[in-house]
Design a protein around this ligand. Structure first.
Ligand code: 1GP
Length: 247
């Protein structure tokens, strides 16, 4: 499995990717097989695992249960170094570029380095940019950083470019889990036109129409968590037959 190469190939082929985000604090281990059954009938291509916190230290157990029940790549999306487990396939090695808190720009990454050095996890250097989703999100609270206003287009573009120039392989524009409004389509298309690495969009995407709009605006990958936690029948809307233009 080469997660990044597959993302790049999909981008080149115009094949859109959808990651289902599983938060270890919000799923019961026994529900994982049936949840993944629904995932497999949808257009989902990746499983992300993570949350801003993992108070019960369930990440590793959740990843083990997911790996038993899926063939899809399982990628850690960790809120902090304690959420890293070698049982996954890869890790978004995030730097919170929108914030000015050194803990999430480089300190957590340094703490993770000795562990990562001894694992086979595929490391995906990711510039993580928090955009205002009109709701104070857990990422904001935990990282003690402010999101960038949706109207600050130049700052968003320059932050994404700074990420690419410093070697990030992915840019993730994040409105925050449960955001009231997702990242604006205009922002997505402008950022898309300014960077050459794959673009991930997440936060507050809850409908098939929003997914289509986000893909059409230029997202290479969309991440959805809350919409599935609240309503598993949403997967019904995401059967591949309903997305013939993408898959
Ligand atoms: C959060 O981008 C992800 O980090 C997904 O957001 O939970 O709002 O889908 P939602």
């Amino acid at each position: 499995m080469n997660i990044y190469q597959d993302i790049l190939s999909a981008k080149i082929a115009g094949k859109k990717l959808l990651a289902v985000l599983i938060d270890p604090e919000k799923i019961n281990l026994e529900n994982i097989p049936s949840f993944l059954n629904k995932v497999h009938q949808s257009i989902a291509t990746h499983i992300f695992v993570g949350g801003s916190t993992d108070k019960n230290h369930q990440t590793e157990n959740v990843v083990i249960a997911i790996k038993k029940a899926t063939h899809l790549p399982v990628v850690l999306f960790p809120g902090d170094v304690a959420q890293i487990t070698q049982k996954a396939d890869g890790i978004l090695f995030l730097s919170l570029l929108s914030g000015r808190n050194p803990e999430y720009l480089i300190e957590q990454q340094i703490k993770a380095a000795p562990f990562l050095k001894n694992t086979d996890l595929e490391i995906l250097p990711t510039g993580y940019i928090l955009i205002d989703g009109q709701k104070e999100t857990a990422t904001q609270r935990v990282s003690s950083t402010k999101p960038i206003a949706q109207t600050s287009i130049e700052l968003i573009i320059n932050t994404a470019l700074a990420g690419e120039f410093s070697g990030k392989k992915l840019i993730y524009l994040e409105a925050g889990s449960g955001a009231k409004v997702p990242v604006d389509e205009n922002t997505i298309s402008i950022v898309k036109n300014n960077i050459s690495i794959p673009l991930i969009i997440g936060g507050g995407i809850r409908s098939k129409q929003q997914i289509e709009n986000t893909f059409n605006a230029g997202a290479d990958m969309i991440v959805i968590g809350t919409a599935f936690e609240n309503n598993e029948s949403f997967f019904e809307d995401l059967k591949s037959s309903k997305f013939t233009q993408y898959n």
